[in-house]
Design a protein around this ligand. Structure first.
Ligand SMILES: NC(=O)c1ccc[n+]([C@@H]2O[C@H](COP(=O)([O-])OP(=O)(O)OC[C@H]3O[C@@H](n4cnc5c(N)ncnc54)[C@H](OP(=O)(O)O)[C@@H]3O)[C@@H](O)[C@H]2O)c1
Length: 313
């Protein structure tokens, strides 16, 4: 019997339960994956808490969108994937589980040298960060400010921007500054005086801003630091962004992603796996917990530790 984390009502972490669920089978165009690692993302908690508009819960809602594992079964009309292949699972609801049917296009082969947990850690964060960096048109000569640079999206955005030749200034609490320096970003503490601190380390000015924090402070500082509001983008304050004249990608935005933005998110996964395999990208892994401790994983997420939390089925 398979086991999966589900909830039937919205609320705190404790609404999630590990329950028996049917064994998945691979329909046409699908593979069944034995999940070895599931990445925990803020969106999992926001949806669970009712912070994102979704249809009413009519049957148990499965949790998690990112994961990794080994292909157990290949359905009809699938090419390029074989039983035993290690794959990253992206854009698939229900990765907090032991076994999962995944559309073949969302099962991306993991190159040698990349661990399952690294692969499980990149789905939403790397695809979002890469798309944001491309949407902002970051290139050599830019000085990008990343709010919440120490988070999973922030760290990925720093690395993509540095890879494209940009200078990066990133906000984080002081204890996370060493990690930002490792990624070649200039760390700055958020909090009162943020604008002055950013100006001190970027005297020639900031040319683009990615907000992954969503605080009023991050938004107000951004509007003050950069006149070209179209080069400011948020992934958190989508609902408010039009009023400020800044870009927004999901995060509560009424505007869907453009086809180009979706394309960038898709191409980010094999690109990031390749960068991981060749040592040009790193992910910070935080707590590792067994699947039955999903509730604790969400409590840790809310408490704001360091690194990507991984569930191990
Ligand atoms: N729109 C989209 O498509 C999309 C996609 C992915 C994520 N998101 C959203 O983007 C946000 C970040 O996601 P994530 O996966 O990177 O989360 P994460 O890994 O949990 O990181 C969150 C970061 O926020 C930082 N932070 C906390 N308070 C802050 C403050 N007052 N000012 C600046 N930074 C602060 C924390 O850093 P310190 O510990 O240093 O304080 C932490 O590193 C979440 O709200 C998430 O839901 C949106």
């Amino acid at each position: 019997m398979n086991h999966s984390v589900v909830y039937t009502e919205l609320g705190g972490p404790e609404v999630m339960h590990l329950v028996e669920t049917p064994e998945p089978t691979a329909d046409a165009g699908q593979v069944v994956v034995q999940v070895t690692a599931a990445g925990v993302n803020p969106i999992d908690a926001k949806q669970r808490a009712g912070g994102r508009v979704l249809p009413p819960i009519e049957e148990p809602r499965h949790v998690g969108f990112d994961g990794a594992g080994v292909v157990l079964e290949v359905g009809p009309s699938v090419s390029g994937l074989n039983v035993g292949d290690r794959v990253a699972i992206v854009e698939t609801r229900g990765t907090y589980t032991e076994r999962l049917a995944v559309d073949a296009r969302n099962a991306v082969p993991i190159p040698e040298g990349v661990s399952d947990e690294q692969a499980a850690a990149i789905g939403i964060p790397a695809s979002t960060a890469y798309q944001a960096v491309r949407s902002l048109g970051i290139e050599a000569g830019d000085t990008l400010l990343v709010h919440a640079g120490s988070g999973a999206v922030g760290q990925a955005a720093i690395q993509f921007a540095v890879d494209r030749g940009a200078r990066v200034v990133a906000t984080a609490s002081a204890r996370k500054h060493p990690r930002l320096r490792q990624l070649n970003a200039i760390p700055v503490e958020y909090g009162p005086g943020l604008v002055e601190r950013v100006r001190a380390v970027a005297p020639h000015g900031i040319t683009a801003i990615l907000d992954a924090a969503g605080t009023d402070e991050a938004i107000e500082a951004s509007l003050e630091l950069l006149e070209a509001h179209d080069r400011i983008g948020t992934i958190v304050r989508g609902a408010d962004a039009p009023g400020w004249g800044i870009q927004a990608w999901s995060g509560g935005s009424a505007e869907p992603l453009t086809l180009q933005e979706v394309q960038w998110r898709t191409e980010a996964i094999p690109l990031t796996l390749d960068m991981l395999a060749t040592g040009r990208f790193s992910v910070e892994i935080g707590a590792r917990l067994p699947l039955r401790e999903a509730v604790e994983a969400h409590r840790l997420l809310a408490a704001g530790g360091s690194g990507k939390i991984i569930l191990q089925p």
